[in-house]
Design a protein around this ligand. Structure first.
Ligand code: HMG
Ligand code: MG
Length: 312
């Protein structure tokens, strides 16, 4: 039996189509206690692509001692071959050592990842905010010279578990500095899932005022407080059309303990397709993929839509 789909009632306040930036293989798996074998990771990426996801962040070229879950980045990309290359298969790269590894693996797109707060910059990158910008500078310069597509994440845009509230002006300042390095796209990270809709609107307006319009911005909401979908819809109403999500709702950051799963791709797809917004994805295939991955991880998917449609 085919799974049910939402009744489609177009919402004229939303864009006609949205690009889902899938982070399951990277953000989703970096925080799992189970280390998934490289062959399963490669199969995960293949299944996500077959489900219609165009952009898939495949892995991370960070120090493997910092994130052992993704220490097999080279092996995963080797198994994927051409399916893991090109401008729509980004990988996380913090520094030139990571870029050297990524270039050797033949990647076509990279993502640097800064922090709006000093505490998280120190904990996640072992650097101050200023030092991390300087660490990223040659990464972006060399990536552009190699013709790679470059994304800049900024974490803790909506609150920080150690520092508390984060001033919008400070977030905009870090975003501006990273985009000034020459990045193609910015992704606003709500690493610990505390943001709410007015905050999203205010930050997007402030970024627009600083010359970073919504056409260059993606949103990256973790769902700790159940706000990820509401915040995503708020961002779409403000002109954003790139949304980060993780199939099955996996995700989190090992260096921010209060970070839980990302917005589940299935929950996003249900909401958008119901509102007449095209995502280009096949919900049945996504749910089947999450159920398959839940078997490897030994725990049910936290996605509400996966649980409703597949019972786990
Ligand atoms: P460090 O210890 O300061 O590094 O770590 P270093 O430059 O001093 O180098 C020390 C050693 O590490 C050297 O080796 C380097 O070669 C090696 P040694 O000489 O001692 O033998 N090394 C590397 N090896 C392999 N690949 C590399 C690499 N770099 C150095 N790339 C560093 C600094 C940035 C490397 C470290 O802090 C790190 O890897 N951090 C990554 C943490 C991480 O991955 N966090 C999760 C991703 S961010 C996230 O999830 C948030 C996001 O989803 C958005 C959101 O939700 O907000 C994106
Ligand atoms: Mg994240």
């Amino acid at each position: 039996m085919r799974l049910p789909l939402p009744q489609v009632e177009p919402d004229p306040t939303l864009p006609r189509s949205v690009t889902v930036y899938e982070v399951g293989p990277r953000d989703g798996l970096q925080n799992e206690s189970t280390v998934v074998p490289a062959a399963v990771k490669a199969e995960f990426v293949r299944r996500l692509a077959a489900a219609g996801l165009g952009t898939i962040e495949t892995t991370s070229f960070v120090d493997p001692r910092w994130v052992p879950q993704l220490a097999d980045a080279e092996e995963v990309l080797g198994l994927l071959g051409d399916e893991g290359r090109g401008a729509r298969r980004p990988v996380l790269v913090p520094n030139e050592r990571g870029l050297d590894r990524a270039l050797t693996a033949g990647v076509g797109a990279v993502a640097i990842f800064g922090s709006a707060t000093e505490t998280f910059a120190r904990r996640n990158l072992n650097r101050t905010v200023e030092e991390s910008v300087e660490m990223f500078r040659p990464v972006v310069e060399r990536s552009r010279a190699e013709g790679l597509w470059v994304r800049a994440y900024v974490s803790m845009c909506f609150g920080d578990p150690w520092e508390g509230p984060v001033p919008v002006a400070r977030v905009v300042d870090v975003c501006r500095r990273l985009m000034d390095l020459g990045c193609d796209e910015l992704s606003l990270g709500d690493t610990i899932g505390v943001g709410t809709t007015g905050h999203v609107h205010r930050l997007l307006a402030a970024l627009d005022g600083a010359g970073i319009g919504p056409e260059r911005v993606g949103v990256h909401f973790h769902d700790t407080y159940g706000q990820a979908l509401a915040n995503t819809v708020a961002a779409l109403r403000d002109g954003v059309t790139v949304v980060d999500a993780s199939t099955g709702g996996l995700g989190g950051c090992p260096y921010a303990k209060s970070a839980t799963g990302n917005l589940a791709t299935e929950d996003l797809v249900w909401a958008l397709e119901g509102a007449g917004v095209s995502t280009g994805t096949d919900l049945d295939a996504l749910v089947a993929t999450s159920t398959w991955m839940a078997g490897h991880l030994g725990r049910p998917s936290p996605s509400r839509v996966v649980r409703a449609l597949a019972g786990g």
